[in-house]
Design a protein. Structure first.
Length: 281
């Protein structure tokens, strides 16, 4: 019996090592993606600013004096050009001999993703070879529930922030458009403000209606609250688990209930991912 327990503990330790490897690979992929984004954004900002200044001067030549805009834009352009090598040094991981770390090779992320898939497959094979009782697996599953609750809440908070940002653009843009349009004999700069704010409002309203950020946030938060309610109820033996004298039976019912909530959330997510059907005219 002691030997069986020790074998099970070693198997669990192996699974934890696989989890550590998977988390490290995901962190490396996420870090490489962030660094590449920073690098590309920095290097593309200077040409974009130069193009905007060029197009703006050509489009308004002889009508609007952009001397102040050019005076402010040229120092910013110079600062961006100076910033590019600095960002490359700190973001790309350049070493003293002039070489760049392997993570900036074109196929670095592809290799890391392959390593991640292999690590996940190794974990699955290791998990399949572990001879743990069903009750033990359910206990392990119960301890993973708080992590699932946290993930649902983080995702819901992210969608809620995006929705609030778009709603702020819609509210402020609508007021700005109405104010600029109501001015008598609207001069040319205010006309451009009206056009820009109208475009921003339409864009924000379109994104909000298509991606349904508010609904996604609501369902994620609702699922997280429901799972947390089940988790607290099974631990405190209240609610539907009050009459369960057997811990194994309560754990079985808890596992089924949580899986049902997760499946319902996946179905709602799939429904939200479907494009909105337009009525036939």
């Amino acid at each position: 019996m002691a030997q069986s327990t020790a074998s099970a503990e070693r198997a669990v330790e192996d699974l934890l090592q696989h989890d550590r490897k998977i988390l490290e690979l995901r962190h490396e992929i996420r870090q490489a993606r962030t660094r590449r984004f920073v690098l590309v954004s920095t290097y593309s900002s200077a040409p974009v600013l130069l193009l905007l200044l060029f197009v703006g001067n050509i489009a308004t030549w002889g009508r609007i004096d952009l001397a102040r805009v050019n005076t402010a834009g040229i120092p910013i352009l110079i600062a961006l050009l100076i910033l590019c090598p600095v960002v490359r040094y700190f973001s790309c991981g350049e070493v003293f001999d002039g070489n760049v770390l392997d993570e900036w090779e074109p196929d670095y992320r592809v290799k890391k993703k392959i390593d991640l898939e292999l690590a996940i497959e190794k974990k699955r094979l290791s998990a399949a070879s572990i001879d743990l009782s069903t009750e033990t697996r359910r206990h392990i599953y119960r301890e993973t529930v708080p992590g699932a609750i946290e993930r649902y809440r983080i995702s819901g908070l992210r969608y809620r922030r995006v929705h609030n940002a778009f709603q702020s653009v819609i509210i402020i843009g609508s007021l700005a458009t109405s104010t600029a349009a109501s001015l008598a004999e609207t001069p040319a700069p205010y006309k451009w403000i009206t056009v820009g704010t109208s475009f921003a409002v339409g864009l924000a309203a379109g994104f909000t209606g298509y991606f349904k950020f508010r609904e996604r946030s609501f369902y994620l938060q609702q699922t997280a609250d429901s799972i947390e309610e089940e988790y607290d109820a099974v631990n405190l033996k209240v609610g539907r688990y009050k009459a369960s004298a057997d811990d194994a039976a309560a754990l079985l019912e808890f596992t089924e209930r949580v899986e049902t909530l997760k499946n319902d959330q996946r179905k709602r997510q799939q429904q939200l991912d479907q494009p909105t059907e337009t009525p036939e005219g």
